[in-house]
Design a protein around this ligand. Structure first.
Ligand code: UD1
Length: 423
């Protein structure tokens, strides 16, 4: 297992290219299962989660080609050999559940292992299942698998009203509805840019969809979908993460490919903390010119609210802010596992249930810390950039799931960071 060693310092300066969105790619890839024509994705990130989805699709008989260092994924599902997603792959990544809707819609049946527990809370898939039931599917949970069957003649359009917003369940429902007979209306749909990206790609494949980006999406089912080539939207979470680097240790960094629209509520909080963000022709320029950042309160919410996937990184910034900040986590329970690690670096944080109170200190101090999940691991790297001395972040395999070339991207703007092999 590798570690990342960061030596605090600054200021940073230069440009960081932002990759295509992991979470968009993880829902665009299963969309290949809806059609027998090729689907090609460009701007795909090179991440272990993408490799896991590749393995899953290949286990179903899909062809997925992506050269090691290429950002192009060429996929085809013209001759699937299986409609069963095995536990061994699904347990590695919850997003595997996204093959359920497409398989069911195209083949009329599918078996997908239940994903099981997850470090950041219970994260059930009941909303995914209820959505498919609303399209006429019969579901049976046996031996850890969802056995799903469409009625004779296939799924039929229906009204899906989610009790609260779920990104993944909206994606599963949207994909399934493209091939259902008649009209489907998804109410309280997620509005994330990844949903908009998925709808745009499905439309290129011939789907009839309206309302993506709002809380009501209407889909008119079609008999078959064709092929398409689609560029994956910019990763707003990677974008926000790297925007925090100059915010935390000073300087000016331009994040290439970023737009305010992808991270508007996050930008509002940066502004309140005293960080300037400017949209340029090529991306977002972020600068912390002088002085300590100010404390701000943050509540995570579905898009367009503040993203839960940036909460840990924002906490790293607020650890050295002037004053006290309150962070409320409203999407996932148990998503403050980075707090005790940040406290090992001298941060003052109190966690009560879904609320963390952070009282800024002058300086963090480098320490050995442990990554507990994807976003937590990068928050510790950001904190290390601002700390006095050396911070060693262990268990960085979490990081590889969601951030490509972290060391290269941060060193290019002047950070002292390296990856070392554990003895
Ligand atoms: C996606 C993102 C993840 C992000 C999250 C929230 C991917 C691959 N992952 O996850 O990075 O943190 O959105 O923005 O895109 N829930 C249920 N039942 C369900 C589904 C969800 O109770 O069937 C709950 C979850 O436990 C959570 C909340 O709903 O508390 C929102 O989760 P959801 O939006 O579904 O997250 P994911 O799609 O899993």
């Amino acid at each position: 297992m590798d570690s990342i060693v960061v030596t605090g310092g600054g200021p940073l300066s230069g440009q960081i290219p932002i990759a295509g969105a992991k979470n968009a790619c993880l829902t665009l890839m299963p969309a290949t299962l809806l059609s027998d024509a090729p689907l090609t994705l460009t701007n795909a990130p090179r991440l272990s989660d993408i490799r896991t989805m590749t393995t899953l699709l290949q286990s179903l008989g899909a062809e997925v080609q992506g050269l090691q260092d290429s950002q192009v994924l060429a996929m085809s599902s013209h001759s699937l050999t299986s409609t069963r997603a095995e536990y061994d792959i699904v347990r590695k990544m919850r997003a595997s559940i996204l093959v359920l809707g497409p398989l069911l819609a195209r083949y009329g049946h599918a078996e997908v292992s239940l994903p099981g527990g997850c470090a950041i809370g219970a994260r059930p898939v009941d909303l995914h299942l209820r959505a498919l039931e609303a399209l006429g599917a019969e579901l049976d949970l046996r031996e850890g698998y969802v056995h799903a069957k469409a009625p004779t003649g296939g799924l039929r359009g229906g009204v899906i009203e989610f009790p609260f917003v779920s990104v993944g369940a909206t994606e599963n429902a949207l994909m399934a509805a493209t091939l259902a007979k008649g009209t489907t209306v998804i109410k309280r749909a997620a509005r994330e840019p990844e949903i908009v990206d998925l709808a745009q790609c499905l439309r290129k494949m011939g789907a009839q969809i309206e309302g993506e980006g709002t809380d009501t999406i209407t889909i008119q089912g079609v008999d078959r979908l064709g092929g398409a080539t689609h560029r994956v939207v910019t990763d707003r979470i990677e974008l926000g993460t790297y925007m925090l680097a100059p915010a935390i240790c000073g300087g000016e960094v331009e994040c290439l490919g970023g737009t305010i629209a992808l991270v508007s509520s996050f930008c509002e909080k940066l502004d309140a903390a005293g960080i300037s963000v400017e949209e340029t022709a090529s991306g977002l320029k972020v600068a912390r010119k002088n002085g300590r950042v100010g404390a701000v309160d943050v509540t995570t919410e579905p898009f367009p609210g503040f993203p839960t996937d940036l909460q840990a990184q924002m906490m790293a910034l607020l650890c050295t802010a002037e004053g006290t900040s309150v962070l409320e986590e409203k999407i996932f329970e148990n998503r403050f596992m980075h707090a005790p690690e940040l406290m090992r670096m001298g941060a003052r944080i109190e966690v009560h249930g879904g609320t963390a109170t952070v009282t800024g200190v002058d300086k963090l101090k480098g320490a050995p810390v442990m990554a507990t999940d994807l976003r937590a691991s990068v928050s510790l790297i950001l904190a290390g950039l601002a700390a006095e001395g050396e911070t060693t972040v262990s268990r960085v395999y979490h990081l590889d799931r969601g951030y490509e070339h972290v060391v290269g991207k941060l060193s290019a703007v002047g950070a002292k960071i390296e990856r070392v092999k554990d003895a």
